[in-house]
Write a new protein. Structure first.
Length: 182
């Protein structure tokens, strides 16, 4: 039993997944049909690093990767949970401002994501959850937790790589989503 004077040790989530695991899933799903280039290998390693701790098992990792390789705004808008998010206060304002910020700036990476989030927070004066749900919906294809933010961070890099299935960038996704919404 720990005493009250002992410091608490935090345990970070363990990441059992590697670039090899990500590449294997991509091959199984037909998203990678050739030998990976060094750039694709690096992307797989990055994907394993940022998604791995959020995937309880291989199926969960494959599901997160599927969000990168399959995006259809019409399908997303056909879901009930989509309309639950869009019916929330200021959700469409978030999407409008997000679209403008994505279209005017550099490709999305961690720093750019933080900048966009800060700009939205300043412009709209909304709590984080009210901004993140519509952002995740429009870019990752579903509302949910922080693992979707990590999916979003992989999109623009993946869009620039020679996968068997073209990956839609964050700009392409927000344009498709907004066009389907109207």
């Amino acid at each position: 039993m720990a005493s009250a004077n002992q410091p608490r040790v935090s345990v970070d989530a363990v990441n059992p997944w590697t670039a090899t695991d990500v590449a294997a899933i991509l091959r199984e799903r037909g998203w990678l049909t050739t030998d990976p280039t060094p750039e694709v290998d690096a992307w797989c390693a990055h994907a394993a690093a940022i998604l791995g701790a959020h995937a309880a098992d291989r199926a969960a990792l494959a599901e997160l990767l599927a969000l990168i390789f399959h995006y259809d705004a019409q399908e997303i808008l056909a879901r009930v949970q989509t309309h639950e998010v869009l019916a929330r206060y200021a959700a469409r304002d978030v999407l409008r401002h997000l679209a403008l910020l994505l279209l005017e700036g550099a490709p999305l990476n961690s720093e750019r994501f933080k900048e966009i989030f800060a700009a939205l927070k300043e412009q709209l004066k909304l709590p984080g959850r009210e901004m993140l749900y519509p952002m995740r919906l429009a870019l990752a294809g579903r509302p949910g937790d922080g693992s979707l933010d990590r999916v979003v961070l992989l999109l623009d890099d993946a869009a620039a790589l020679p996968f068997a299935v073209p990956v839609k960038s964050t700009r392409a996704r927000i344009l498709e989503f907004c066009a389907a919404l109207t």
